[in-house]
Ligand binder design. Structure first.
Ligand code: NCD
Ligand code: ZN
Length: 335
């Protein structure tokens, strides 16, 4: 069996910078484009820094046709600053992090009231807001505790293009249905794993990410929503590479590196569940419709021929371990 996709998009991607960027960029080049996260050190907060980063990504893509939808790390901004951002080529929207909630987010927002004026302006100017929605509460409850913030934002700024990033719970899906003005991204791993896979047996650091994988009923609800073609649910891998030594360590960094296996595994999941016809919407159509995107034209064909996933990817002195490292997965990309 084969599935051909038109211009697949990854709506939440960490490519990092420097040597790590040179390693990761080609591994996302089967996508036609991606929303690029700004949590570098220091975070990408200005149009100038963003343009420089976009140029380094383009160079690391080594000629591949790829649209980088660039985000800026949310900080309160004036109308003039927002206008300058909006006019910068490649700019997509803002990513808001609660302060200290995840990797390199110390400069995030500690009180949502700080964001008020800027969000009002963004609503008027049609600038999307992407949110890492977790509280600082008990780890299993963080997303659910943050839902009241989404509810508040969706009510207060009804025209704001608001995205709940990497949702992991059935409760977040219910909020999506409650508010037609919200969209959401979901990762590959949260369609597949639960907390049991991370910590139920021997600890598996390469499956540890934020938000942490939740309960079977959460995973099942997310998977069903994707397979049923929920029009406001989009694929965002949150592929988040960290050097092997930072993952296999005391104090393991959060992030699952899924870029090299994302499209084959999605094809396998949708095909084996009889939902192959819903994959195009999930990996491209829903995002294009919601944001009005026109990514570069690219077709990619996936087949039910197994792929051996490398134990790690090494280059430029970096080494990263992907999801399914050293295992065989059921589908692969036709080269
Ligand atoms: C991401 C990272 O490493 O940048 N980590 C993760 O666990 N997902 C940050 C993020 O998206 O939370
Ligand atoms: Zn992320």
């Amino acid at each position: 069996m084969k599935i051909t996709l038109n211009s697949p998009l990854d709506m939440h991607l960490h490519l990092r910078d420097g040597d790590m960027l040179k390693l990761t960029a080609p591994l996302s080049a089967d996508f036609a484009g991606a929303v690029i996260m700004p949590n570098l050190v220091p975070p990408v907060t200005t149009p100038t820094a963003m343009q420089g980063y976009a140029a380094r990504i383009a160079s690391a893509m080594d000629g591949a046709a790829f649209s980088s939808y660039m985000t800026l790390f949310f900080t309160p901004m004036s109308e003039k600053e927002l206008q300058a951002a909006k006019e910068t080529p490649g700019f997509f929207g803002f990513k808001l992090y609660p302060a200290g909630i995840t990797t390199n987010s110390e400069g995030g927002i500690s009180d949502m009231a700080q964001a008020d004026t800027t969000l009002k302006l963004m609503e008027e100017m049609g600038i999307p807001l992407l949110v890492h929605g977790e509280s600082h509460g008990f780890v299993m409850d963080r997303e659910q505790e943050f839902l009241s913030v989404y509810r508040h934002l969706a009510t207060k700024y009804p025209k704001l293009k608001l995205s709940m990033e990497h949702i992991t719970t059935a409760a977040a899906l219910r909020l999506l249905d409650e508010f037609p003005n919200i969209c959401a991204t979901v990762t590959l791993q949260h369609l597949i794993i639960t907390l049991d896979d991370v910590a139920g047996g021997a600890l598996r650091p390469h499956l540890f990410c934020k938000p942490i994988a939740k309960r079977p009923e959460d995973r099942d609800a997310l998977l069903q929503a994707a397979l049923n073609g929920h029009p406001r649910l989009m694929f965002g891998s949150d592929s988040a590479p960290h050097p092997r030594c930072k993952k296999e360590a005391c104090g393991c960094a959060a992030g699952v590196f899924t870029a090299p296996v994302a499209l084959p595994r999605l094809a396998e999941i949708f095909a084996t569940n009889g939902a192959a016809d819903k994959l195009q919407g999930f990996v491209s159509g829903n995002a294009c419709a919601w944001y009005g995107l026109t990514p570069v034209q690219k077709t990619i064909t996936l087949q039910d021929t197994p792929m051996m996933v490398p134990a790690s990817y090494r280059s430029y002195g970096e080494q990263v371990v992907p999801m399914y490292a050293g295992e065989s997965i059921g589908w692969s990309i036709v080269r």
